[in-house]
Design a protein around this ligand. Structure first.
Ligand SMILES: N[C@@H](CCC(=O)N[C@@H](CS)C(=O)NCC(=O)O)C(=O)O
Length: 151
């Protein structure tokens, strides 16, 4: 498929790094899976193009933005759509998941003691998360979220 070398740098969590790990593994692409702790990250943060992780080095070239990386790897491992319409169907799901993730991240960043955090938690649990998950369930009701196949 490709003889490129891959080095993924992320934290010791799943979050934005895990889909990249999945795609590399799915494609049988060997990669260095570097998982930084907070102190290691702070020491090298200024080397990241936008001060954030994940980073994927491909043959020494540093690439960033997790969704862009996933789209690229999807193409490399044969999981893109077969045409613009199929890619559109896939991107709708990707962007909907990003919307939900952004809402959860907003909550996560608030201090534990804040009242807004407690209110947001209730709204997430009772409204936002069920709203999205019900729709994702429907999208996946025939086995796949887009185009009736793995993507
Ligand atoms: N849109 C970016 C978001 C990257 C991002 O926000 N990364 C967070 C971790 S999930 C980060 O690096 N936080 C550490 C920091 O800002 O110091 C992507 O998808 O790669």
């Amino acid at each position: 498929m490709t003889s490129s070398t891959y080095k993924l740098t992320y934290f010791t969590v799943m979050a934005l790094g895990e889909p990249i790990r999945w795609l590399l593994s799915y494609g049988g692409l060997q990669f260095q899976d570097i998982r930084l702790c907070h102190e290691e990250w702070e020491a090298q943060k200024n080397k990241s193009p936008f001060g954030a992780l994940p980073l994927l080095e491909i043959d020494g070239k540093v690439m960033h933005q997790s969704v862009a990386i996933c789209r690229y790897l999807g193409a490399v491992v044969g999981l893109s759509g077969k045409n613009a319409w199929e890619n559109f169907e896939i991107d709708i799901v990707v962007d909907s998941i990003s919307d939900l993730r952004t809402k959860i991240a907003t909550y996560n960043k608030l201090p534990n003691s804040s009242q807004t955090r407690a209110q947001l938690r209730l709204a997430l649990l009772n409204e936002t998360i069920p709203f999205y998950l019900n729709r994702f369930e429907k999208m996946a009701s025939e086995g796949y979220v887009a185009n009736g196949k793995l993507s």
